[in-house]
Design a protein around this ligand. Structure first.
Ligand SMILES: [Zn+2]
Length: 309
């Protein structure tokens, strides 16, 4: 044995070196694979974090919010025409907003890091199943005018906000006509269905089927409706699958409150008379909103948001 070692000293040395190299190479491979696995793990962790952020965006993880919203501004605009039409046809009309002014208002909210939520999210917050951070608002548009699609939706896409258009069921045509100011054109079923399918930033809810009318003495028509007539109006709107309701002219009486709170399809209703922030103390069928009309100055608009938290 000893002789064999002596005779093959060199060969054995080479063999040992070779074996050493193999072992070293193996260790190196192992290290590389550990590094790769670690990298993969980090990568997966990162991916999981991104998914969590997306989830946070969609569902909001309550425990991660430092300052939770305790009151939420729900702003309401009406028909909103381009600046030229506003000056030309609607100069003194409080209920026709100027698109340039709305652009400025939404730009302010965007620049100041306000986020909008839709009515399902608002409802979730109201029943305390969701929390949202301060600087959360809801954007609503009354009366179902086609300008919501032609003029306001591009702004919602620009600032990544969500808006809800309250439409008057009876006034919804099958097909939406092109804008032709100052003619009043209502948004049609064709666009409503298309946007619902696309998951658009513009959502649609109820402004009654046919109660957006006043009597000769200017009181809202619903003030003389029987309970049966009120129920019929809701029945006629069932085909739209609305879940939320905005009272025409912000008007409701005891009978309407009792009817609406017993309609299984309507989860919540919004007022338009007691302009204020919405809170969880509001009655489910008397949620406060804030009027943003053509007469609302930019300063007044900003004040609503500066004092919101
Ligand atoms: Zn209205």
């Amino acid at each position: 044995m000893l002789n064999f070692i002596k005779k093959n000293k060199i060969k054995l040395l080479i063999a040992c070196l070779f074996l050493g190299c193999v072992v070293l190479f193996g260790m190196l491979l192992k290290t590389v694979s550990i590094i790769y696995k670690l990298h993969d793990k980090l990568d997966n962790d990162k991916k999981a974090k991104i998914t969590a952020v997306e989830k946070y965006d969609k569902e909001i993880q309550n425990e991660k919010i430092d300052k939770k919203a305790i009151k939420i501004p729900i702003i309401t605009v009406h028909r909103t025409v381009d600046h030229e039409s506003k000056i030309k046809y609607f100069k003194d009309d409080e209920w026709v907003n100027d698109l340039d002014e709305l652009d400025k208002q939404l730009q302010y909210l965007y620049d100041n890091k306000w986020n909008s939520i839709d009515l399902d999210q608002f409802y979730c917050w109201y029943i305390k199943e969701c929390e949202f951070a301060e600087k959360t608002f809801v954007f609503t548009i009354d009366d179902g005018d086609a300008e919501a699609y032609y003029n306001i939706l591009p702004l919602l896409d620009k600032y990544k906000f969500i808006g809800t258009l309250f439409v008057i069921g009876k006034d919804v045509p099958e097909k939406t006509e092109k804008l032709n100011e100052p003619t009043r054109i209502k948004l049609g079923m064709d666009i409503i269905e298309k946007l619902r399918k696309e998951g658009s930033r513009l959502h649609f809810e109820s402004h009654s089927y046919n109660e957006h009318r006043r009597r000769e003495d200017s009181t809202p028509i619903v003030s003389i409706y029987s309970i049966k007539e009120m129920e019929e109006d809701f029945d006629l709107n069932k085909k739209f699958n609305f879940k939320y309701y905005a009272y025409p002219f912000g008007y409701y009486n005891r009978d309407l409150l009792s009817v609406i709170s017993n309609r299984p399809e309507i989860k919540m209703a919004f007022g338009f008379h007691n302009y204020n922030y919405a809170t969880r103390l509001n009655n489910t069928y008397e949620i406060d909103r804030i009027k943003v009309s053509a007469k609302t100055s930019f300063n007044d608009f900003k004040n609503w948001f500066e004092y919101a938290n």
